[in-house]
Design a binder for this molecule. Structure first.
Ligand SMILES: [Zn+2]
Length: 161
């Protein structure tokens, strides 16, 4: 049992990188087929999403839990502490994290995977496949379309026909 946990921990250490954090723990539930990953902060600065500079002034801390890509049949989640910053540039809000978008329920890596499947699957098929909420998949699909077709943001038809 112990050796299995060790191997999953190693797998996560090799496979995933969470910039600004280090792997603090990996708990495998064999019955539920879940993996719970927890992260610890490294460093005492955060990146401001507005000016991209490092910021040391924090207003609040939030615990976040987001879904990761599954490992085999295991459903994986990651817990970490997120900072709300007050930057010198005037920005106040969530810090920038390279592996997850603000308020998203999934990591960027899982979002990319889901968005890829949304090209060939319907929203409900994709949500079943990834065991994700329908609204979450819909949002991922929407964000992906906006990212790949930035012109659409400005395209706001008032009248059709
Ligand atoms: Zn800033």
């Amino acid at each position: 049992m112990k050796s299995k946990r060790y191997s999953v921990y190693q797998l996560f250490k090799i496979r995933y990188s969470f910039s600004g954090f280090r792997l603090a723990g990996v708990v495998v539930d064999e019955e539920e087929k879940t993996v719970q990953v927890s992260l610890k902060r490294v460093g005492c600065t955060s990146i401001c999403p507005s000016c991209k500079r490092r910021c040391k002034t924090f207003e609040a801390f939030y615990t976040r839990r987001v879904r990761l890509r599954d490992v085999f049949e295991y459903e994986c989640r990651v817990d970490f502490m997120e900072r709300k910053i007050r930057c010198k540039c005037g920005y106040r809000g969530l810090e920038e994290l390279c592996f997850v978008r603000p308020y998203s329920h999934c990591t960027r890596s899982l979002e990319e995977l889901v968005a890829g499947f949304c090209v060939v699957l319907s929203i409900s098929e994709a949500s079943k496949k990834f065991r994700l909420d329908w609204k979450t998949v819909k949002e991922i699909d929407k964000q992906s379309i906006l990212e790949h077709l930035p012109g659409l943001k400005e395209f706001n038809p008032v009248r059709i026909g």
